[in-house]
Design a protein around this ligand. Structure first.
Ligand SMILES: Cc1ncc(COP(=O)(O)O)c(C=O)c1O
Length: 312
């Protein structure tokens, strides 16, 4: 037994910050204090990439998939930071640990940063890494998911992939924000954007799927390769549900038996009304509901989850 006079007192437990924790430049701060300069090109030019992973029941889901995509996005934008993959993973873990949250929305962000004074050469910018953990974010609340969402197809197309690569996760959201106002004006919950060619792309924060007969279809290009989208593809293949990754025309989408959207911010979410048309009997369809259940069940799979080390 240690001598009580010589034993060091255990460090006082740090209070948890359940409203959110941010990280930048070596410091962990309450998320409200995490900020970016108005002169950062991430702000003035949307020259930024990011990724979002969620924590469910105390475990990251498919964290390595998100780290792969984030590192690939940074390389595509020719960004470099002083943290390697292991360091980023440790920072994300620490952000969550300091919130104490069992369900969390965890973002990693890299901005172009600022060039030295008087310089405008992008190659001289100091790229800036930030991360934060917040309480879980739902694109559609669990209550809304029980009834299903209503969506419209936007009148204007998504930014073409030839101009801004949608597989590099980005903040070029003006097309999607404008489309969201179309949805609000139509009394709908959300919006799905067409491509210039008249196929389906994606929506603000999610990939789109249709069920046509007993086949699940989702666009093959012109979209972010969502990790939730990949999980749906993987689980369909594992469970013998027919899945096609191919161009999806607006006409067949409008005519689909079921529609659902997929995102880290909420998982698999049924759409039961499109442009005012009620799908099926107006309730989430059988295929969508099955995929949604399988998706959440996957969160108990140790191979694809990383437990948070909550202990101090
Ligand atoms: C434009 C866009 N598409 C799709 C998604 C879904 O991707 P993930 O499943 O990786 O969250 C997102 C997520 O934010 C997104 O912003």
């Amino acid at each position: 037994m240690p001598d009580s006079t010589t034993a060091r007192a255990a460090p006082a437990a740090r209070p948890l910050m359940p409203t959110g924790v941010g990280y930048a430049d070596g410091d962990y701060v309450p998320v409200e204090q995490l900020s970016v300069s108005v002169l950062d090109y991430g702000f003035t030019r949307s020259d930024v990439t990011y990724d979002v992973v969620h924590v469910w029941d105390g475990r990251f889901f498919r964290l390595e998939h998100h780290l792969d995509r984030f590192l690939k996005s940074m390389a595509a934008l020719r960004m470099a930071i002083p943290h390697d993959r292991d360091a980023i993973r440790a920072i994300l873990m620490e952000c969550v640990r300091r919130t104490g949250l069992r369900e969390a929305y965890v973002a990693m962000v890299c901005t172009r940063g600022r060039p030295p004074p008087g310089v405008r050469d992008l190659r001289q910018c100091r790229n800036r890494f930030m991360a934060y953990a917040l309480p879980f974010v739902w694109i559609a609340s669990p209550e809304k998911q029980r009834s299903g969402l209503s969506a419209v197809i936007a009148t204007r197309p998504r930014i073409p992939p030839q101009s801004v690569d949608p597989t590099v996760k980005n903040y070029h959201w003006l097309d999607m924000d404008r489309a969201l106002f179309e949805a609000y004006d139509a009394g709908a919950d959300t919006v799905i954007l067409p491509s210039l060619e008249g196929t389906v792309t994606e929506g603000p924060g999610f990939n789109a799927f249709a069920v046509i007969g007993d086949v699940v279809v989702t666009p093959d290009s012109g979209v972010l390769e969502g990790i939730t989208r990949q999980t749906v593809i993987d689980l369909c293949r594992r469970k013998g549900i027919a899945i096609e990754v191919r161009p999806v025309t607006l006409a067949e989408f409008r005519d689909a038996d079921e529609i659902f959207i997929a995102s880290t911010a909420g998982g698999v979410m049924p759409v039961t009304r499109l442009d005012g048309r009620i799908l099926g009997n107006g309730a989430p369809g059988a295929v969508t509901s099955r995929i949604r259940d399988l998706y959440w069940a996957w969160h108990r799979d140790a191979a694809d989850t990383t437990p948070i080390a909550y202990e101090d």
